[in-house]
Design a protein. Structure first.
Length: 229
């Protein structure tokens, strides 16, 4: 209950919502389809803002439904949020049937819209927010984009954290320079620093290290030792 009121208040104070921030709460007047829920740790959420009159929103409905079929409710929960009148929404959802097979809710006095859309500086629909299992926003944008699909896949596999990726960008450039200059001491130090932040996110650097040891340093023993480690 506290999340439902704290998040709208945060948005009203002018604070901006961006990728990497904790997800706001939900202020819902009616759960049209699906069980009531809140944003809970351990589950990935897609919170999509839409409307029955919006053609791109209607286009995203079967796409979200197909996406939802790939995961259980404990793994992924999709919540479609609209500010329209209940009678309009209920009739639309009923007509969609199983083509709209995810949670549909009606915003309570635009509280959820303020906490998510307004706080993130978004005005167009459909707009989707991906919230990772740690409870932080990992994507804000169009649910019909290729980036959206790729982000969902990486978040669901535990291989995505945009904040960490952004923070590591300068290190990645330095790693590329060290590799180009064959400064292997610096290469080892920098890659270890990045990998230690989260081996799941930076697993490609682990594979890269094996290639470097084997093919560029011509040191199979070092490569095998690293693989074993």
């Amino acid at each position: 209950a506290s999340l439902m009121w704290v998040a709208p208040a945060m948005a009203q104070r002018g604070q901006k919502l961006k990728v990497g921030d904790p997800a706001p709460g939900l202020s819902i007047s009616e759960w049209v389809k699906g069980d009531e829920t809140s944003i809970k740790a351990g589950t990935t959420y897609i919170v999509e803002f839409w409307a029955t009159w919006c053609p791109p929103c209607r286009k995203s409905i079967p796409h979200l439904t197909e996406l939802k079929k790939q995961y259980t409710d404990d793994e992924l929960r999709i919540i479609g949020v609209t500010k329209e009148e209940p009678d309009v929404v209920k009739a639309f959802v009923k007509k969609q049937g199983r083509r709209m097979d995810y949670t549909v809710v009606i915003d309570k006095k635009s509280g959820t819209d303020r906490a998510w859309m307004k706080a993130a500086g978004q005005s167009g629909i459909p707009t989707a927010f991906i919230v990772g299992p740690e409870g932080k926003v990992q994507y804000i944008g169009n649910p019909l984009s290729d980036e959206f699909d790729a982000t969902v896949e990486m978040v669901m596999s535990g291989r995505y954290n945009k904040k960490l990726l952004d923070q590591a960008r300068s290190h990645i450039k330095a790693i590329d320079r060290a590799r180009e200059m064959k400064n292997w001491a610096q290469y080892d130090t920098l890659t270890k620093e990045v990998i230690d932040r989260d081996p799941r996110i930076f697993y490609e650097l682990i594979l890269d290290r094996v290639d470097v040891y084997m093919l560029e340093q011509h040191d199979p023993a070092k490569a095998y030792a690293y693989v074993n480690e």
